[in-house]
Design a protein around this ligand. Structure first.
Ligand code: MLT
Length: 274
């Protein structure tokens, strides 16, 4: 299996020309879009529909009036003066997506980088929304799926690379390699219902591209002081300076608190894989 990594959003437009038909794209926007989506799904949201533009979100809501509008511009909730209508229902803080607010709801979300990165992967066989919060569950799913290509996609922040996305991508790569090398059952692994006929003990060989190796090395160096490393980076500094959002940083760096896999379906909606 080949593992490649898109480190920065500057590389996203080139994805349209790439043949991703046998690829699984794993999209990371740790601060905060993908962390928010997996939190919403864990808390009972029916689906999350990621869209690039505010106008697209408004158009979908008009057709599906029961849904919620979520997302951000410059990190904060989208307000009436940006929509020529009302305020969005939710911002992009995962802590807002409580069971009381999201259970049974479809959320249409537009964010600066995360939702665009997810949409840029539309040509892939499988697209996963990943974060530290559901890292092991995502890795286990990929291990079961055995795609020919794995493309780790770091959504970044504005036009720049985001350290926390690269670190999460590296952590996932490291997990896959560790399991491949030991060729054993990862601790606590639950077999995916569709895994019949595939041996969980089968040894996998992973070929890392330079960028995927860079992400893996970054993770190895940073993993023992993740909060400190991420807090010094652009995206976290921006959130840490906003009193009502500063707790999002620690929230999103918790590992494996949700045992779910978030798959972007061909209908454009992210749901829990069952
Ligand atoms: C994004 O999609 O760029 C973000 O997740 C930004 C944020 O949450 O502030």
């Amino acid at each position: 299996m080949k593992i490649d990594c898109i480190l920065s959003p500057a590389e996203l437009p080139a994805l349209a020309k790439r043949d991703l038909r046998d690829a699984t794209c794993v999209v990371f926007d740790v601060l905060r879009a993908t962390s928010t989506f997996v939190t919403a799904l864990h808390n009972g949201a029916k689906a999350v529909i990621p869209v690039a533009e505010i106008s697209e979100a408004l158009a979908i809501r008009q057709k599906q009036p029961g849904g919620l509008l979520g997302g951000e511009r410059d990190g904060v909730k989208i307000r009436a003066d940006q929509t020529s209508g009302g305020d969005f229902d939710l911002g992009n803080s995962p802590r807002e997506y409580t069971p009381e607010k999201v259970r049974g709801k479809t959320i249409v979300s537009t964010t600066t980088n995360g939702t665009r990165a997810l949409r840029a992967c539309a040509g892939a066989q499988t697209v996963l929304a990943a974060s530290f919060l559901n890292l092991t569950a995502t890795a286990q799913f990929i291990r079961w799926l055995q795609p020919a290509q794995i493309l780790l996609v770091c959504a970044g922040t504005r036009k720049n690379l985001a350290d926390e996305d690269v670190l999460a991508a590296g952590a996932l790569g490291e997990m896959l390699v560790r399991w491949g090398e030991t060729a054993g059952e990862p601790k606590g692994e639950q077999k995916h219902p569709g895994s019949r006929g595939r041996s969980p003990h089968q040894k996998r060989i992973y070929g890392f591209s330079n960028s995927a190796e860079t992400a893996r090395n970054a993770w190895r160096k940073a993993k023992s002081n993740l909060l400190e490393v991420v807090s010094a980076a652009e995206n976290a500094r921006r959130l840490l300076a906003i009193p009502e959002l500063c707790d999002d940083v620690e929230f999103c760096l918790r590992q494996d608190v949700f045992n779910l896999v978030a798959v972007l379906g061909h209908d454009g909606a992210i749901r829990i894989s069952i």
